[in-house]
Design a protein around this ligand. Structure first.
Ligand code: NAG
Ligand code: NAG
Ligand code: NAG
Ligand code: NAG
Ligand code: NAG
Ligand code: NAG
Length: 406
């Protein structure tokens, strides 16, 4: 057989295998449900709860997530067939706002939704609380709690001279995590209350954070300012994922809103800034398909280790930027990472028999390897939701990634 024909046949075979094996592989329902159960059992810190809520919307109630194609604001009633899938998020909002009034006899005025040393992390629950208000859940003053959280961020938290709101309450510190916790809340608040200046503020906060945190190589540093104790110039993988994922939530919120047309350039910037992170980080991926905890340092450097959590979150953002901006340039990397994360390799699997993602950074001590991470569980759900949506809309970019591969 002439070698050119053989090559063509081999390529066709590869294409078929690729379609079946790589594109066709969802996370099996039983494993997905273990991952979800471990998340719901373990999340208890403010940002873990907010991230869990977002992940649960994306995976179980996608039409209520900003990543749906439905226009925003959402309907004001949850139809009966959606009630059970939205319920965990509304219940969480009820518990948080209920605790706020129970623990604080003077629960009026600017304050975070939950007590926390972080100024930003409690706001991660803002979208759930806004949704509870919007859909007319009774029993709590959801609108008041959301308003107090907003006013707290805008009026009480220290800022840089140019207006970046601090991630911490006690002093100005800028953490990449902030981009996931605060701007999506500001944007959603603005769209629901038809206040465009809040939507613009979501964009401005991201713009400012990028100015402080983006390094020469386009990766984001983890923490700027905060002196010797807090500053972390390292390129924390999860932090780059938080930044990209937060930017995409804001982008999708704008795109589905009445501000889509007159905020086109802000959307283009956000997509470009996500692409910047992807363009910087994916060339660093080694053949394990898992990033180290600090992406730009060798994995065997002292203190560094492989981290599946940040790897999962980043892969989710690759499918999302493909869906919401038609940028498919890193799909082949996301496919590699997802395949590796989902692979069933007995006791070597990245999703273990109990449903925990492994190995992971300690979510409460970002330089140290941990064993169980609530946020990592949420990232797996976000990855699966993003991948599922990408497949449902035609797997755009998959063929391109195949051609680059062969
Ligand atoms: C929060 O959950 C973690 C497990 O993720 C547990 O170790 C910790 O004790 C819990 N903390 C509180 C205050 O419930
Ligand atoms: C609400 O408060 C109760 C009792 O203090 C606590 O067990 C629970 O974890 C809190 N819920 C949330 C969502 O913070
Ligand atoms: C709360 O919901 C009502 C509609 O029921 C809406 O008019 C109001 O703007 C919402 N408030 C916030 C802060 O979203
Ligand atoms: C938009 O929200 C900000 C912050 O709460 C507020 O100061 C401003 O008056 C609002 N604008 C409109 C048009 O409601
Ligand atoms: C890390 O791995 C590289 C490549 O395998 C090797 O060249 C280097 O010596 C290793 N460094 C340490 C500190 O083990
Ligand atoms: C992993 O599984 C293999 C094959 O079933 C077994 O030989 C090995 O002891 C297991 N390792 C651990 C750490 O459980």
């Amino acid at each position: 057989m002439p070698s050119s024909i053989r090559t063509t046949l081999i390529r066709a075979l590869c294409l078929t295998l690729y379609m079946d094996v790589v594109i066709g592989q969802n996370l099996a329902d039983d494993r997905l449900s273990l991952v979800r159960t471990r998340l719901q059992e373990s999340a208890n810190r403010s940002w873990e709860l907010g991230t869990a809520a977002q992940a649960l919307l994306e995976i179980d109630a996608p039409s209520w997530s900003v990543f749906s194609r439905n226009s925003l604001p959402p309907p004001q009633q949850v139809p009966s067939e959606a009630q059970s899938s939205v319920a965990p998020v509304l219940t969480l909002a009820q518990e948080i706002v209920g605790n706020r009034s129970r623990l604080n006899s003077n629960a009026e005025g600017p304050q975070p939704l939950m007590p926390d040393g972080s100024a930003a992390d409690p706001a991660a629950n803002g979208v759930s609380v806004l949704l509870a208000n919007w859909t007319g859940q009774g029993g709590q003053d959801y609108a008041g709690a959301a308003r107090d959280q907003l006013d707290f961020l805008l009026e009480r938290v220290p800022r840089t001279d140019d207006g970046a709101i601090s991630h911490r309450e006690a002093e100005v510190q800028l953490w990449s995590d902030y981009v996931y916790m605060v701007p999506p809340f500001l944007a959603y608040y603005g769209v629901l209350t038809r206040n465009q200046s809040l939507v613009t503020e979501a964009y401005n906060q991201i713009r400012l954070y990028r100015q402080y945190l983006r390094d020469d190589d386009n990766l984001w540093k983890h923490i700027a300012m905060g002196g010797e104790v807090a500053e972390d110039n390292g390129h924390w993988t999860t932090g780059n994922g938080w930044a990209a994922a937060g930017m995409l939530r804001v982008l999708a919120t704008i795109q589905n809103s009445e501000y889509d047309k007159n905020m086109a350039h802000q959307q283009a910037d956000l997509a470009h800034w996500v692409g910047e992170i992807h363009g910087a980080i994916y060339p660093l991926l080694d053949d394990t398909n898992i990033f180290p905890n600090y992406a730009s340092r060798a994995v065997n450097d002292s203190g560094n280790f492989y981290d599946a959590a940040g790897t999962a979150l980043l892969a989710a953002t690759v499918y999302r930027v493909s869906l919401y901006w038609g940028d498919h340039s890193h799909i082949s990397f996301a496919q590699r990472c997802r395949e590796t994360l989902y692979a069933d390799n007995g006791n070597q699997s990245h999703i273990n028999a109990q449903g925990w993602l492994q190995p992971v950074v300690n979510p409460h001590s970002f330089g140290v390897e941990g064993s169980r991470s609530p946020e990592a569980q949420a990232f797996v759900l976000e990855l699966e939701a993003a991948y599922r949506d990408w497949v449902n809309e035609g797997s755009n970019g998959a063929i391109l990634s195949l051609l680059l591969w062969i």
